[in-house]
Design a protein around this ligand. Structure first.
Ligand code: ZN
Length: 81
């Protein structure tokens, strides 16, 4: 693995640079664009700009709570057997 990286380092860096140059506009646009959808831990697709707000919402909190219960239940079932 290390060898592969080492021998292809130059080529990979070149490719990366080329990719950046080629997609520069798009990359910068993505960084600027906060309206991209992101997947929250609770499984909801939400706008990146409203992620902070969403994490404080009842919807998110409730899902995370029920997720914890599910995880705990699975753990109890597993530890019994
Ligand atoms: Zn969430």
């Amino acid at each position: 693995m290390d060898n592969y990286y080492y021998t292809n380092r130059e080529r990979l860096l070149k490719l990366k640079k080329q990719y950046y140059i080629k997609n520069r506009e798009q990359i910068l646009e993505n960084l600027k664009n906060k309206n991209v959808n992101v997947l929250c831990k609770c499984g909801c697709m939400i706008k990146k700009c409203s992620l902070v707000k969403h994490k404080k919402s009842n919807k998110h909190i409730n899902i995370m709570k029920s997720n914890q219960i599910v995880t705990k239940t699975i753990y109890i079932i597993k530890s019994k057997s």
